[in-house]
Design a protein around this ligand. Structure first.
Ligand SMILES: [Zn+2]
Length: 162
C-alpha cells in the first residue's frame, strides 16, 4: 500500500456534549481534486487525488451510463455527488476498512455528537500526516458487467431508482 505525506491544517475544538477535544484536519483550499477520506468514526484514513485517478473518470462514465439506461434524469450536481458518495465501491479496503466517501469527520470520537464549540482550543497549525493512498486493484481486475452490477447496487442503496 502506497503512503503519502500530506500537509494539512489542523484545528482543535471541544465537543459541546462530552467536552472531549476534537481535531479537525483540512486540505489547503487550493488542493483542487484532492480529498481526505474518513473512517466511520471520523478518523482520517486515506487520501486520494481524484484528478489523477483514472478509475474515478471511468466510474463517473459508468454511473452516467447506468442512469441513462434506467432513464433516470437528475441534476449535474446530484450526479457528481452520487459519483463521489458511491465511489468507495471501486476502492480496495484499507486496514480491513471499507473506503466510504460519504463519511466525514464531523463526529466526536467519544460520544458521537456532531456539535462542537466554534472557539479554537489552540491556534490553528499546519502539520504533516502520513496517509495511505486509495487504490483500485480489485476493481481493476473485474469485468465490465460485474462493475456495472456493483455500481448499480450502490446506486440502488442510494435510492436513485425510486
Ligand atoms: Zn463528545
Amino acid at each position: 500500500m502506497d503512503k503519502m505525506s500530506i500537509r494539512v491544517r489542523k484545528e482543535v475544538v471541544q465537543c459541546l456534549k462530552c467536552k472531549e477535544l476534537k481535531v479537525f484536519i483540512y486540505l489547503p483550499d487550493f488542493a483542487y481534486g484532492e480529498r481526505l477520506v474518513f473512517s466511520n468514526k471520523g478518523m482520517p484514513c486515506a487520501f486520494i487525488k481524484l484528478v489523477d485517478d483514472q478509475t474515478y473518470i471511468e466510474y463517473e462514465k459508468l454511473v452516467r451510463q447506468i442512469l441513462q439506461d434506467n432513464l433516470v434524469e437528475t441534476s449535474e450536481d446530484k450526479i457528481l455527488r452520487l459519483v463521489i458518495e458511491t465511489f468507495g465501491v471501486t476502492c480496495d479496503e484499507i486496514d480491513n476498512c471499507k473506503v466510504d466517501f460519504a463519511q466525514n469527520q464531523k463526529k466526536c470520537y467519544f460520544c458521537g455528537s456532531t456539535n462542537f464549540d466554534k472557539k479554537l482550543i489552540e491556534p490553528e497549525s499546519v502539520i504533516t500526516i502520513e496517509l495511505p493512498l486509495v487504490s483500485h486493484k480489485k476493481w481493476g481486475s473485474v469485468e465490465f458487467k460485474k462493475k456495472y452490477e456493483l455500481a448499480k447496487s450502490e446506486l440502488t442503496r442510494n435510492n436513485v431508482f425510486n
